[in-house]
Ligand binder design. Structure first.
Ligand SMILES: Cc1ncc(COP(=O)(O)O)c(C=O)c1O
Length: 382
C-alpha cells in the first residue's frame, strides 16, 4: 500500500509554517527546507494520539537513542551506542554547543562553502571561533574537497575543528568512502575534531552510499549531529541527536553542555522521531523515489525553459544548486526571480563567497508546482 502523497497548492497555502507565511500570497515558495508532502502515517498517528491524550508535557528521551541506533544499523550498518546519544532541540543547537564545549574561543573551525548559511554564524557567534573557509571544488560537475587546501588548513595550529556538512547542503553531494576516509586521516594526523552535520543523510538517493562519519573516524574525537527532522518534515517539532564516538567524549559533552540544552528536545518531536526511525522507512523510500523523479523533471524543465542555467546532480535530499551565471542576473538571481517571477528561492550569496550568481531551489513538491516554478522563473528572465 502506497503511503506517500503530496499536497495541492490550495492545501499548502493553508499551512502556517515559515515556508508558507514568509512571502506574499501570490509567491510560490521553493526556498527553506520544508517539504510539500503529507505527513508519514506512523508519525501522524503518534502525534494525534498524543494530542488526544492531552499528552503535551516534557519529553521522555530514554528511547530516542535506541530508535536512532536501530535505524542507523538497518540503513547504514552504523552501530550507534544509545548511551552516547544526547538529545537536543535541533541540529544547529547541537552543532553550536558541541563546538562551544570542545573548542577554545579564538580557535579556527574549517567549513566548506558553498554551505548552509548558519554554519558561518554558528562558528562565530555561538562557538566564538573564527571561520576558515576551504571551498569545495567542482570537478566535472561533482563538488568535492580540495584535498591540498584541506590538508593545509588542518595543519594550522589554530584549526581545532572541522564542521562537515554530509550529505552536503546545497550541492547535494554524498561524499564517498574515499573522501570521508581522507577527512578522517587528516583529522587524526593533525588532531582536529570533526563535527558532522548529517541531517540530510536519511534522504540519500537510491544508488548512493552515505558514509556516517563516525564509521570512519577511528579513535579521533568526532561527533555526528543528526535528526529525523528534514527527511520526515518534522523540523517544527524540535528534536535532534548528538552522537559521540566514545563514552569519554559523551561524558565530556554531557558535563559541559548546559542541562537546559540537553532537555531542549520537544516531547512531540521525540515521539515523532521515534516513529520515523522505527516505522518510517517505507514512507521514506517512497518519498525518495518521488524526489528522484522530481530531480529528473527539474533537469528536463531547465533544459527546456532555462538552458543557460546549470544544475548540480544532487545525490541526496531535495535541494538544487543552480548556476545562473550564464544569464547575467548579477550577484543575486533569487532577488530577480522573486521580484519578476514571484517565486522564492534561497539567495546564493548567503552560502558564502562562492555563492554569487547562484540560487538554491527546493524541489520537494509536486510535479505541477515544480513546473509552475520553472515556468515563472523562465518568464522572469525572458
Ligand atoms: C545542513 C543543515 N543543517 C541544519 C539545518 C537546520 O536543522 P535544525 O532545524 O535541526 O537546526 C538544516 C536545515 O535545512 C540544514 O540543511
Amino acid at each position: 500500500m502506497s503511503q506517500f502523497s503530496y499536497e495541492s497548492l490550495a492545501q499548502l497555502r493553508t499551512r502556517q509554517s515559515v515556508k508558507w507565511r514568509a512571502y506574499d500570497a501570490d509567491v510560490i515558495p521553493a526556498w527553506v527546507a520544508e517539504m510539500d508532502f503529507t505527513l508519514a502515517e506512523p508519525i501522524a498517528k503518534v502525534l494525534t494520539d498524543a494530542i488526544s491524550r492531552s499528552d503535551t508535557g516534557y519529553a521522555w528521551t530514554s528511547d530516542l537513542g535506541v530508535a536512532l541506533s536501530a535505524f542507523a544499523q538497518q540503513r547504514w550498518q552504523w552501530s550507534v551506542d544509545p548511551k552516547c546519544v544526547i538529545p537536543v532541540a535541533d541540529v544547529l543547537t547541537g552543532v553550536g554547543h558541541v563546538l562551544l564545549a570542545l573548542t577554545q574561543p579564538g580557535d579556527s573551525v574549517v567549513i566548506t562553502s558553498p554551505v548552509y548559511p548558519p554554519f558561518f554564524t554558528t562558528v562565530t557567534t555561538v562557538a566564538h571561533c573564527e571561520v576558515v573557509d576551504v571551498p569545495l571544488v567542482d570537478v566535472d560537475g561533482r563538488y568535492t574537497f580540495n584535498r591540498e587546501a584541506m590538508r593545509e588548513a588542518f595543519s594550522r595550529p589554530e584549526v581545532t575543528a572541522f564542521l562537515a556538512c554530509s550529505p552536503h547542503n546545497p550541492t547535494g553531494r554524498v561524499f564517498d568512502r574515499d573522501e570521508m576516509s581522507f577527512i578522517a586521516q587528516i583529522a587524526q594526523e593533525f588532531s582536529v575534531l570533526v563535527v558532522s552535520d548529517e541531517i540530510h543523510a536519511p534522504m540519500t538517493h537510491h544508488g548512493y552510499e552515505f558514509i556516517p562519519y563516525l564509521t570512519v573516524a577511528g579513535q579521533t574525537p568526532a561527533v555526528s549531529v543528526i535528526s529525523a527532522s528534514k527527511a520526515w518534515n518534522i523540523a517544527g517539532l524540535k528534536c535532534a541527536q548528538v552522537v559521540s564516538n566514545s563514552k569519554e567524549l559523551y561524558a565530556t559533552l554531557h558535563e559541559r553542555i548546559p542541562l537546559e540544552v540537553q532537555f531542549g528536545a520537544g516531547h512531540l518531536g521525540v515521539l515523532a522521531a521515534q516513529a520515523a526511525y522505527f516505522e518510517g522507512s517505507l514512507w521514506l523510500d517512497e518519498m525518495l523515489t518521488h524526489l528522484e523523479s522530481q530531480k529528473v523533471l527539474l533537469g528536463n524543465l531547465l533544459h527546456e525553459y532555462l538552458p543557460l542555467v546549470q544544475m548540480n546532480d544532487p545525490q541526496a535530499s531535495y535541494l538544487a544548486w543552480l548556476d545562473f551565471n550564464g544569464l547575467n542576473l548579477a550577484q543575486d538571481p533569487a532577488a530577480v526571480l522573486l521580484e519578476k517571477g514571484r517565486v522564492a528561492l534561497n539567495s546564493g550569496p548567503t552560502f558564502g563567497p562562492t555563492g554569487p550568481g547562484f540560487a538554491r531551489l527546493n524541489f520537494a513538491t509536486s510535479p505541477e508546482i515544480l513546473t509552475r516554478v520553472i515556468e515563472q522563473m523562465a518568464a522572469a528572465v525572458r
